[in-house]
Design a protein around this ligand. Structure first.
Ligand code: PEP
Length: 248
């Protein structure tokens, strides 16, 4: 039985004061949640998350990591550093990193492996652009993104990853995939995972991301292969994030 995971992606938003209020709001509003919860904060605020969230119900994670282990990589943040500040999760291959930082399927796969080796749970993002969807390439695009990761990690590592299907055209746009559209891709992704290991694939949490909000979360989360959400905008307001957690 897969647990639902509701993970917030704060992107490049926040401040010490705003985060303190947001985290306090989330924590005070949690009423025996039956799902896993995480916030993925900008790196400078991970220690703040550690201080505020340790021992509680909300895990924290980063939004990216270096593919390198350590050394002369100015500006990079290693998996071990993320572990050091208590991260459980790290987002890998978000479409904004693929688009603005040129991250290839191969780099995303190597980062996934780096995260796993360090004991982090990578949230591996895949998703198609609007042009790719409109030209009927969705399955091929997300399939190739997933294949690169599956070719790099061991079958035993499937139990250590989370996958997030995030159609690029739905991120931050207010456009959401219909539950049926999302389910179709989630089911395809689970079949891909099953090519690596049938039993493990059945246990991988596959999240949906792309304008998930309090008013559409319930119907998306009701789909059989949608095991949670990666939430951008709505994760920045405690009331919205809590409403999605309640929907789960
Ligand atoms: C995201 O960036 O991962 C995301 C899903 O954003 P939003 O919810 O704002 O579309």
């Amino acid at each position: 039985m897969r647990r639902t995971l509701i993970a917030g992606n704060w992107k490049m938003n926040g401040s010490l004061a705003a985060n303190a209020a947001l985290l306090a709001g989330i924590q005070s509003g949690l009423d025996q949640p039956s799902c896993d919860i995480a916030v993925c904060a900008p790196a400078p605020y991970l220690a703040q998350c550690q201080a505020a969230l340790s021992g509680g119900l909300v895990a924290w994670g980063a939004q990216d990591l270096s593919v390198h282990e350590s050394g002369a990589y100015t500006g990079e943040i290693s998996a071990a550093m993320l572990r050091d500040v208590g991260c459980r999760y790290v987002i890998v291959g978000h479409s904004e990193r693929r688009a603005y930082h040129g991250e290839s399927n191969e780099l995303v796969a190597q980062k996934t492996l780096r995260a796993i080796k360090a004991g982090l749970t990578p949230i591996v993002c895949v998703g198609e652009t609007l042009a790719e969807r409109e030209s009927g390439q969705t399955g091929q695009v997300v399939g190739q993104q997933m294949d690169a990761v599956l070719a790099t990690i061991a079958a035993a590592d499937l139990s250590n990853i989370v996958v997030a299907y995030e159609p690029v055209w739905a991120i931050g746009t207010g456009k959401t995939a219909t539950p049926q559209m999302a389910q179709e891709v989630h089911s395809l992704l689970r079949k891909k995972l099953a090519e690596k290991d049938v039993a493990a694939a059945a246990n991988v949490q596959i999240l949906y991301g792309g304008s998930m909000k309090p008013d559409n979360a319930k119907e998306l989360l009701a789909m059989p292969d949608i095991d949670g959400g990666l939430i951008g905008g709505a994760a920045l307001k405690a009331t919205d994030f809590l409403a999605i957690i309640r929907a789960a």
